[in-house]
Design a protein around this ligand. Structure first.
Ligand code: FAD
Length: 517
């Protein structure tokens, strides 16, 4: 009986000690952070904005937000957390513009670093033979565009929307209609400065610390925080010819897209999208475009069919207008679109690149921007794209789509397979992006549940048909799924994690690794 009594007392003391230790760690977190010497500052109360993202579906409250003014603010914070080791549950998420979809830039009870607060270094453009711009990891692409244009220069590879940060897109890939030619944004970076999960500040490039350089590019924020990037530039054009043509047959549409991307520098931008059963078609998708032949165009009827729109852009300078017209005419004459559906527009280079922002302003004014966005982005091998289109546009998404569905091919040769980005194993693959918006609290076909079920059906079909599809901006909930996503690259991903962030402090919102405490 005495023994039982002593065992009980021992157990109570032991459990109390653990609880005390955990409480001590948790309750003392803000005060230990408060004692760090910083140029910027922490906030501990107003933390709600960091528990929100564009997806509008996941909310994880952090313990603190760091507003860094210098790279050493970031390094000191991470080093401090690294030194606390497994005694602290603190994790760290860099938040760029918070345009993730499923909480990827959030940190439950951790520290969120507001990268847009990082002021330095000042953006600096270097002209010369191989021009580039040095920018902060928290810089928005729209600002980089405006700054480099002052020197007649521009980055080469973009995303469709420019109000995203450099660190955010480089942690994924950064893909748009220029990628067929220049590769994604991660193929157009010369150098990075990174703060690793141990708090070390490291400059890396193809030549120096190249393993860290390649790890971080497409690395989903797992290996370090990008504090500075050197982006490659080229001469900027003034104007853009922007062209849309329609197809009713998917195979013909895809054949023309693939033909164009195989030719090298023809058009400067090649994308496409699917128009699913929209009746007022001609008043809708071509709103700021003019038909080449207004009479023929007015006779064209969609008859409720699913149509495929090829979208092209050709950059030019105003003194070369005639030449560019001839080139475009020649290229279009080789394509098999429905002839009455050629629509053209001419806009400035900035108007073209910043086009999605115009929609953002409109949607915001109607209260339709801050709604749930159950987006699904997939990379599909070229050899499987017709099967995919048959099933998805023929069976699953036949009636309506609650947002644009983009579809365009890119050349794998423009991707560097040493980076962490995962793509299918074929020379050409398609980006298919279901960019849906849900109507809050709707239980109909425009509601969140319906759209999520549709996404699930698409993913299940891909799995069952063994299409070799990879998710872009991937989201999984178990480590087995992550392992399957990375396939043979999983081992190297894990090795890189143990080299650069062994305690799994960074980017917990991706839910790939869990910090051991
Ligand atoms: P956040 O959402 O803040 O962060 C994303 C991830 O990166 C998080 O894990 C975060 O911790 C990490 N991270 C952020 N900053 C850093 C840093 N400095 N260092 C290390 N890790 C960091 N993508 C395309 O490729 N092509 C497109 O055309 C495209 N269009 C889009 C249009 C819209 C309207 C939206 C909302 C998104 C679009 N995206 C596109 C997706 C977009 O590229 C990603 O969601 C990107 O992560 C958003 O950047 P962000 O600055 O908001 O990053």
């Amino acid at each position: 009986q005495n023994n039982i009594f002593f065992i009980r007392v021992f157990m109570i003391l032991f459990l109390s000690c653990i609880a005390f230790r955990n409480n001590l760690c948790l309750s003392s977190i803000p005060s230990t952070l408060k004692s760090l010497p910083l140029d910027g500052h922490f906030t501990f109360d107003e933390v709600h904005f960091a528990a929100k993202d564009f997806g509008n579906r996941y909310q994880f409250l952090p313990a603190a937000i760091l507003h860094p003014k210098s790279v050493s603010d970031i390094a000191n914070t991470i080093k401090h957390i690294w030194q606390m080791g497994s005694h602290s549950e603190l994790t760290v998420a860099a938040r760029g513009h918070g345009h993730s979809l499923q909480g990827q830039s959030q940190a439950h009870r951790g520290v969120v670093i507001s990268m847009e607060s990082l002021q330095g270094p000042e953006m600096q453009v270097y002209t010369g033979n191989s021009p580039y711009v040095d920018v902060s990891g928290g810089e928005l692409w729209i600002n980089i565009l405006h700054e480099s244009l002052k020197y007649g220069l521009t980055p080469k590879s973009w995303t469709d929307y420019l109000h995203l940060t450099v660190g955010g897109t480089l942690s994924n890939a950064g893909v748009s209609g220029q990628a067929f030619q220049h590769g994604p944004q991660i193929s157009n970076v010369n150098q990075l400065e990174v703060v690793t999960g141990k708090g070390d500040v490291v400059t890396c490039s193809e030549k120096h610390n190249s393993d860290l350089f390649h790890s971080v590019l497409g690395g989903l924020g797992q290996f370090g925080i990008i504090t500075r990037a050197r982006i490659s530039l080229e001469p900027a054009p003034d104007m853009v010819k922007w062209i849309r043509v329609l197809y009713s047959d998917f195979a013909t549409f895809a054949r023309d897209q693939e033909y164009l991307i195989s030719l090298g520098r023809t058009f400067d931008y090649i994308e496409g999208f699917v128009i699913i059963n929209r009746t007022g078609l001609l008043n809708n998708w071509r709103s700021s475009f003019n038909p080449q032949d207004p009479i023929q165009a007015s006779h064209f009827k969609s008859d409720g069919r699913t149509l495929f729109c090829l979208e092209l852009a050709k950059y030019f300078n105003q003194d070369k207008t005639d030449v560019v017209h001839q080139e475009i005419e020649h290229l279009l004459s080789q394509l098999s679109y429905i002839t009455s559906t050629l629509f053209l527009s001419e806009v400035t280079y900035v108007e073209f690149l910043d086009r999605v922002h115009v929609s953002e302003v409109k949607l915001r004014s109607k209260g339709l921007w801050e709604v749930p966005h159950p987006w699904l982005n997939l990379f599909i091998p070229r050899s499987k794209i017709n099967n995919f289109a048959d099933e998805v546009f023929g069976n699953i998404l036949t009636e309506t789509s609650n947002g644009p569905v983009l579809i365009y091919p890119v050349n794998k040769s423009k991707w560097d397979n040493r980076t962490s980005a995962i793509t299918p194993e074929e020379d050409t693959f398609y980006l298919v992006a279901f960019l849906t918006s849900a109507v809050p609290s709707s239980t109909g076909t425009d509601g969140l549940e319906h759209i999520l079920t549709q996404n699930k059906r698409i993913l299940e079909y891909c799995e069952k048909a063994h299409l070799g599809v990879k998710q872009y901006l991937p989201h999984y909930t178990t480590q087995e799924e992550w392992q399957a996503h990375f396939g043979p690259r999983w081992e190297i991903f894990v090795q890189r994690k143990s080299a650069y962030d062994p305690l799994a402090v960074l980017a917990p919102g991706q839910r790939i690794f869990q910090k051991a405490i």
